[in-house]
Write a protein that binds this ligand. Structure first.
Ligand code: HEC
Length: 437
């Protein structure tokens, strides 16, 4: 009797597969409707931005709003321009915590629906509207410190996009403290704040300051709560500066941006310190006019073993693409250095500053002596729509019209014992794409 059992189980599995597959496969373009199939995709993946008061250029809540855009939506999703996520899907690590991309099946559904005349469908099939509370709620829990801009900005009804550094209120710290969670959000004028990235300026002891990344605001992102025992140091005297991309929306709009921080208790020192630092900096940039695929490279060595948690390319208006490669020292790779490309952003967009957060089980765990190799490419032709003047040569500088070449890397150092422990834990798991040395 037990002899038949496995067969039955397998057979039942096949049946389930068929019953799931058949109706979907039979779905013809004409039977795909907005209310039944498409609205749920837009609720999940588009409406954070495409709704009244959102940063998207049009609202995608109702059929009436969506219908005129059906063709354009088809083109944007098929090319994977929307939702914004510009990682090269054919290279390196594929699993991210914050990947908003549509599945291939959903893309096909949208394309077939548009090709079939973008029908509305039965109103009874429409899912209940989504509720949005991101303007009022702190997703990290009640912060210990909340600071806002020193001065609200007014974004004029009609103005070019601006990328500006804005001073924030004082943190009011009496002692050095560790951050356990942080969130950035526009409290006013969310529709004109395309993105906002906060930086800390930390006193370096020599009378100067070191600049580091604190936290970014991007639509649909609700702060960061660090894993238990992991924190970021906030030194007394640290200033916070907000770099915001402001985008006019047809009416004079006041905007304000908040940073909320939850702290570990006083005198508590977390076991692991999360670091967000520049890597692969290169200031020797020389981009000729009317040229693309111009390359620049930089290297940074990690002196201790580390676990890499996130990557963000940093380029300016002429940015085209960037790749992050890890070069492992000979001792760890059988006598010769070995290299591994972990991530590429193949279509860099200057107006989208996206931090790519690796999922826990694929975060690269790297030995001491690993070299981070950052390669950037630039497009200084009229084909790059962010290019203010392709007839100009471009070199390194602070302004958006000058260039930069580095990546922000988030990582924490490991002790040798932790490194070995994490590595063997990783090696025991299957399906590991990268960083498994
Ligand atoms: C994170 C915010 C965000 C999300 C999520 C998002 N969009 Fe967009 N979308 C924008 C912004 C902003 C623009 C304007 C162009 C730009 O900045 O790239 C845009 C542009 C577009 C355009 C081009 C409009 C034009 O003027 O031609 C279409 C179509 C579009 N989005 C559809 C979608 C669809 C469909 C989804 C979901 C599958 C989606 N977007 C998700 C923010 C977003």
């Amino acid at each position: 009797m037990s002899y038949h059992q496995p067969f039955r189980v397998a057979f039942a599995g096949v049946m389930t597969l068929f019953t799931c597959l058949l109706p979907a496969a039979a779905q013809t373009p004409a039977s795909i409707t907005f209310t039944k199939d498409i609205s749920r995709i837009f609720q999940k993946s588009c409406q954070d931005c495409h709704r009244p008061g959102g940063i998207g250029p049009m609202s995608l809540l109702t059929y009436q709003e969506v219908r005129p855009w059906a063709r354009s939506i088809r083109n944007q999703v098929v090319r994977r321009n929307m939702p914004p996520w510009y990682i090269d899907r054919t290279v390196g690590i594929h699993q991210f915590k914050n990947d908003p991309s549509l599945s291939q099946a959903d893309i096909k559904l949208i394309a077939d629906w548009a090709d079939g005349g973008a029908p509305a469908g039965d109103p009874a099939d429409m899912p209940p509207p989504r509720q949005f509370d991101d303007g009022t709620r702190w997703h990290i829990g009640e912060p210990d410190i909340v600071i806002k801009l020193r001065k609200e900005v007014i974004v004029k009804a009609k103005a070019p996009d601006q990328w500006v550094d804005l001073a924030m209120e004082d943190l009011g710290l009496k002692t050095d403290r560790y951050i356990r969670a942080v969130e950035v959000k526009p409290s006013k004028g969310a529709a004109v704040v395309h993105h906002a990235v906060s930086y800390v300026h930390t006193p370096d002891g020599a009378g100067g300051e070191e600049r580091g990344l604190l936290e970014e605001y991007a639509v649909g992102k609700f702060g960061d709560i660090f894993p238990e025992g992991t924190g970021r140091l906030l030194k007394v005297g640290t200033r916070v500066v907000m770099n915001a991309h402001l985008h006019s929306n047809g009416t004079d709009t006041p905007a304000d941006i908040y940073v909320g921080i939850r702290l570990y208790p006083e005198n508590y020192v977390p076991k692991r310190l999360l670091i967000m630092a520049h890597v692969g900096d290169n200031e020797d940039i020389d981009i000729p006019p009317n040229t693309k695929n111009v390359r620049s490279e930089g290297y940074t060595m990690l002196l201790k073993p580390a676990r890499i948690t996130a990557f963000q390319p940093h380029l300016h208006n002429r940015g085209q693409a960037q790749c992050l490669e890890l070069i492992y020292p000979p001792a760890q790779s059988g006598g010769r250095a070995a290299a591994q490309t972990v991530s590429c952003v193949d279509k860099f967009r200057f107006n989208w500053h996206i931090v790519y957060h690796y999922q826990e089980d694929v975060q690269p765990i790297v030995p001491a002596g690993t070299v981070i190799h950052v390669t950037s490419w630039y497009d200084n032709t009229p084909g790059n729509r962010f290019n203010p003047d392709p007839s100009n040569p471009v070199s390194f500088g602070q302004r958006s019209i000058d260039e930069m070449s580095f990546a922000w890397l988030s990582y924490y150092y490991l002790s040798d014992a932790e490194y070995r422990e994490m590595l063997s834990e990783r090696q025991n798991k299957t399906n590991v794409v990268a960083g498994n040395r």
